[in-house]
Design a protein around this ligand. Structure first.
Ligand SMILES: Nc1nc2c(ncn2[C@@H]2O[C@H](COP(=O)(O)OP(=O)(O)OP(=O)(O)O)[C@@H](O)[C@H]2O)c(=O)[nH]1
Ligand SMILES: [Mg+2]
Length: 284
């Protein structure tokens, strides 16, 4: 399996910038992808935000398994985080964040009041890996398009302060990954959700792993989506071939276009077309 490494120059800059800006911040709002809540957490953020109030947002919850979202909510609460399940694209769950921010920053607000500082806004840094939905979340929370978004990693390149209202200011940041994944499963899962550029990963390998996973954990979904039959003895590669045939992915003549079917499988998964799927569980 390939050794995923991806750390473009803008991420090195972003990390340095966050280390400087953290001094100005009361609260760290960390977005994780509900389909891979642990693999999508940058370990640097715990270090960076260790003396700050913390909120975790389980974003893209619409693409993940509803039952598993609940398990992950419990998991993060039990670790002492304030946590919310949201869909930044539609805004579902986003409204309740204001209350959670007040709750998470209770001590700061109290401290300000004792010093006679009234209405100093809470300053929150919005962090998370590339493509997790930081800018979309900010736009949805603000109710207007103030941050640029896009369906590929690396859209936000510099920081941007956004004043939401008189009590809250948000700092949008570029997504950062870590320079090297110790655990290859983490790299694989991040590639599956599209947080690592497709140029450096092998789509056929991703599709193979994904197909194996779906057959084990979500039996029936592939059959339904692609109108194929999966028999017990069949391996994941044969399942992809069946998708080729069903979706008429051919090179010249009768030769199957495995790459085309692979890319279709991965894209369908990323966009939630195969179903609501969570790739990892809290107890792993
Ligand atoms: N289905 C779904 N899609 C979402 C959600 N939030 C964001 N997206 C999509 O995810 C993609 C990435 O969103 P961005 O807001 O640009 O992500 P980002 O974290 O700012 O990315 P970088 O700036 O590259 O670090 C976009 O296509 C969004 O429409 C969500 O809750 N559900
Ligand atoms: Mg962004």
């Amino acid at each position: 399996m390939a050794n995923y490494q991806w750390y473009p120059g803008h991420m090195t800059k972003a990390k340095r910038m966050m280390q400087e800006d953290i001094k100005l911040i009361d609260l760290v709002i960390e977005l994780v992808d509900a389909r891979v809540p642990l693999s999508s957490r940058n370990p640097d953020i715990d270090e960076l935000g260790k003396n700050k109030s913390r909120i975790i947002l389980l974003n893209k919850s619409d693409l993940a398994d509803a039952r598993k979202n609940k398990l992950w909510m419990n998991y993060f609460s039990s670790k002492g985080f304030h946590v919310l399940e949201i869909n930044s694209k539609t805004g579902a769950g986003v409204k309740s964040i204001q209350g959670v921010v007040q709750e998470a920053c209770k001590e700061k607000i109290e401290r300000d009041r004792k010093r006679g500082i009234l209405n100093r806004p809470v300053r929150a840094m919005v962090v998370g890996i590339p493509n997790v939905g930081k800018s979309t979340f900010i736009n949805s929370f603000a109710g207007r398009a103030c941050a640029k978004t896009g369906n590929k990693p690396g859209v936000t390149k510099g920081k941007q302060w956004i004043r939401l209202n008189k009590s809250l200011e948000l700092l949008d940041t570029p997504g950062i990954l870590w320079p090297k994944f110790e655990d290859q499963t983490v790299g694989l899962r991040l590639a599956m959700i599209g947080s690592i550029n497709d140029e450096i990963i092998h789509l056929d390998e991703l599709a193979y792993e994904l197909t194996g996973f779906l057959r084990r954990e979500y039996p029936g979904l592939l059959e339904q989506r692609y109108a194929i039959e999966i028999t017990d003895g069949q391996d994941a590669y044969e399942t992809i071939k069946a998708v080729c045939v069903s979706r008429k992915c051919y090179l010249k003549g009768e030769e199957l276009d495995i790459m085309k079917a692979s890319s279709m499988l991965v894209e369908d998964f990323r966009n939630g077309r195969i179903g609501k799927i969570t790739l990892e569980m809290p107890e792993e």
